[in-house]
Design a protein around this ligand. Structure first.
Ligand code: DC
Length: 226
């Protein structure tokens, strides 16, 4: 058994806009555990591929890109959001866009791309514990996690949350477009053959439609500290 196997893991999986990012960050802070934002890894690879002008449907090129892209998470000195460095460039803002999300979702359906990112994800498992945010955390990457949650919310509510976030950032989007994009991404993430988006059999299912952030955080914390 590797030494990290004894480190407790809480997996938080779910579709885009389910609040996973915010909830995972808050829960990790409360527990004093590390955080893995696995979506950022797929976004970073998609971004690096775009920056090099590669074709996202070229399996060999995407696999090489996933194997060679250097991704680093760096705590911001002022305590604000963690910065994500992709091949040395701070790409934090670019990675948040819908374009980056769609590129991530496209390359995430390539099995060899997923394989290339496994070790990087496992390396996050360090004491005193890990909160792992993604789509396949409880099913594929950390199937032995002691605590598993699956967060969801209606597509309409998720589109509204995303709309609010993007508007606050000054980006121009429409609610209808966002909802269409979210539904398309859900369908692709749930229907791919490798590691599709689905709750682990032993995950606690939480529908966050109509719930406030603090209520969801409390529900998730109760899974770890009943
Ligand atoms: O969580 P996110 O929106 O940042 O993820 C972006 C895309 O990356 C998502 O549409 C599917 C993919 N992804 C994945 O396939 N597996 C993960 N563990 C995390 C993200």
């Amino acid at each position: 058994m590797s030494p990290s196997a004894s480190v407790p893991v809480l997996t938080i999986d779910g579709p885009s806009g389910s609040g996973k990012g915010t909830i995972s960050r808050r829960v990790a802070e409360k527990l004093g555990w590390r955080l893995l934002d696995s979506g950022a890894l797929y976004r970073a690879v998609g971004y690096a591929a775009g920056a090099e002008g590669l074709d996202l449907s070229d399996v060999d090129a995407m696999t090489r890109c996933a194997q060679t892209t250097k991704i680093r998470f760096q705590a911001a000195p002022d305590g604000s959001d963690t910065r994500v460095l992709v091949n040395g460039h701070d790409a934090t803002e670019e990675l948040r866009t819908e374009t980056a999300g769609a590129a991530a979702s496209a390359i995430a359906s390539i099995p060899s791309v997923r394989q290339a990112l496994v070790d990087m994800q496992l390396a996050f498992r360090k004491a005193p514990g890990l909160v792992a945010d993604g789509r396949d955390m409880g099913t594929v990457i950390f199937p032995d996690a002691a605590y598993k949650v699956f967060l969801t919310a209606s597509a309409v509510e998720r589109a509204k949350r995303r709309y609010k976030q993007l508007k606050e950032k000054g980006l121009s989007v429409t609610l209808a477009t966002l909802q269409r994009e979210i539904e398309a991404r859900d369908a692709r993430d749930a229907s791919r053959t490798v590691a599709p988006l689905k709750p682990a059999a032993d995950a606690v299912f939480i529908d966050t439609t109509g719930m406030g952030i603090e209520d969801v955080v409390a529900k998730v914390l109760a899974v770890v500290q009943p």
